[in-house]
Design a binder for this molecule. Sequence first.
Ligand SMILES: [Zn+2]
Length: 444
Amino acid sequence: MPIVIAASGRQRRKVRFTTANQAPKPGNTQNHPIRPKVSTSGRLSAASTTTYTDHQSLPRPNDEMCEPQVQPGVPVLFTTPPLLLDALVTETSEVQAETVNKCLPFLKGIHSTQNGPFNRFGVPALTRDEHVAYLFDSLEDYPEGFVAMDASRPWLVYWALAALSLLGEDISRVRERVVKSFIPMQNPTGGFGGGHGQLSHCASSYAAVLSLAMIGGEEAYSLIDREKMWRWLGRLKQPDGGFRVCEGGEEDVRGAYCAMVIISLLDLPLILPPEAEARQHGLETFDSGLSAYLSRCQTFEGGISGSPGSEAHGAYAFCALACLCILGQPEVTVARCMDVPLLLSWLSARQYAPEGGFSGRTNKLVDGCYSHWVGSCWPLIQSALDGAQPAAGPKQSSVGNLYSREGLTRYILGCCQAKFGGLRDKPGKYDLPPESVVNGASAD
Ligand SMILES: [Zn+2]
């Protein structure tokens, strides 16, 4: 049985976190054909002529022997496996086929856990109340199995606050607790660690600064020691233009993106502190050599890797593109530093059919969290291609939508919503607050 988080003084306490050791095993393949069966039966064209209003559920057949009917309005693209398959069967192609088979009943709206309502396009509703309850509960205590995530506490706070804000919830009621939680995480030498006594890290500092900015209030803003933060970031700046994620740690585009977000949100001086070692290599400002460093992270595939010479990855692509958009106008910085057609080609290949969701890398499976990482690349690319927009009046887009918003919406709402609230990576995987926000951020 999943562990139920203890309730204290709140109305809803039904959210359950599955502990890590209860997570479904990846190799569990029973009842799922290895190769997708391409079926031409049951296509929807006839069913879709029936008119159903928004929020109306399709009646379920009483006869147990009857094949469940696909929800009206779901295009055939999302109900059948791909028609073209690589003849070479590998472990990768097998798990891909398994994933498609697991997603199809959810995309069709016929899985036993889907009770509706569905809209006239066959898309299940966002179970908002369950998600809100889940997210507020994710700010409470965790079962012991989560001890491994102790250093991720700033992230857990950030993801929950971000998702609740996106859902329009009032987060001010947790302000005092959020501020108190971050006080011991800030180090006297600058930056925030994952918890009391932990080394300052770019990722935890990013999560802390964003959380405090979201929660707002004088107490939250004045908590951050800006000067110490500036000096600490100065120690992370590297001679090649990039940033380490922590002192003595690895250098990658996460460090660069998080540092530039912090510098920009806290309005820190762009000039490097006098004692910064990068100064001895001729660098004077935090952005010195940075766009050239990010440019070197684009790979032969067109995607962007964590550091020059590594594999292209959706989350790093977002970090690099977002960092370029902080450094200047997207139509200038992205166009100057990236091979945009190649990047578009790689990004487009991240979205799969029939699943509709994104994968993070070539030959990987769809995963809800890339709804955020890869999904967030699109508006950045779009603004790079559209160029500066008039301050007033309608936007002038020359490129339109560059990915299938419909596919992504179907994946998130159909495949990722968990029974007790929260969003999951994919059917068969357990839900976590990070997946909830990064999925939900894109489910507009
Ligand atoms: Zn994920």
